[in-house]
Design a protein around this ligand. Sequence first.
Ligand code: SER
Length: 342
Amino acid sequence: MKETIIILGANGQIGSELALALRNKFGKENVITSDIRPPQQLEEGDIFETANVLDKNLLKELFLKYKPTQIYLLAAMLSATGEQYPQKAWDLNMNGLLNVLDLAVELGIKKIFWPSSIAVFGPHSPKIDTPQYCVMDPNSIYGISKLSGERLVEYYHAKYGLDIRSIRYPGIISWKTAPGGGTTDYAVHIFFEALAKGAYTSFLSENTALPMMYMDDAVRATIELMDAPAENLTIRSSYNLAGISFTPTEIAQEIKKILPNFDMSYADGDPRQAIADSWPKSINDEYAQKDWNWKLEYNLEDLTREMIENLKTNKQQWVELLNLERKENLSAGPKWRSNSHV
Ligand code: SER
């Protein structure tokens, strides 16, 4: 069957790399990227449409124009920014999802990918090897919206037969596009600053372990889940994915193996610490392994090497990114990006 794919929120950290992978897999003419703002650059043959997921009429026009068979909804406000704008985060994360689900039912679009997050867990969830099913009491607006979203997608699957698939992403580490407004962003900023300045001040404390994943694994997981036979999927809320768990100290040590002069320091009092403290330190992903054969490829050593090599060989790209981040006030300071994507 010929697939036509629309990616909403395609300019964000995951969207921009997923778009590349999906264009390679399905052909540029069959992948439409969309975001509230135009992308930095478009290559020949790329199709892009400006759209706000909160504008249901416009979204409907977009879906009627392209008649997608698959939608990837990646537009969202992440955990740290969400704490600055809780109403906006709730509105974007919930009503954006509801608009897509309702239009999918109305227009008969069956297959949807929607990302959830480790943020669905909370202070009373088990912290180590957090299972798929356990107490979930998220206390960030982002986590609350993602857990509510999980309930909704399972409901729309059961009630309307939508084939919605979802992953609880850990923190995603990538070099092509910066993350926007997450609690796990330190593990990306650290590489940019290590190469630019030889030093980094972490906004999370030394021993704050969090689950993370290299972008290539995250993109591959998404595509493998979307390719899996529907009858194999036993989870219609969202799949746990473990990734790799490490602390700021551990990633700094790994960086020092390649950049021996790298200097790591820690700043107290950042509000993102409380968010991190409420999340799991490590995750159990046996359902993903069993249902769709999930297997992680990159460990901490691999991703550190990949990040440093890629950032070194694509220096121009990340210097521009860093400048842009500074301009928009996105770096590790107290201000976070106000309108970002997963
Ligand atoms: N990376 C996200 C965040 O930190 C978690 O899904 O908000």
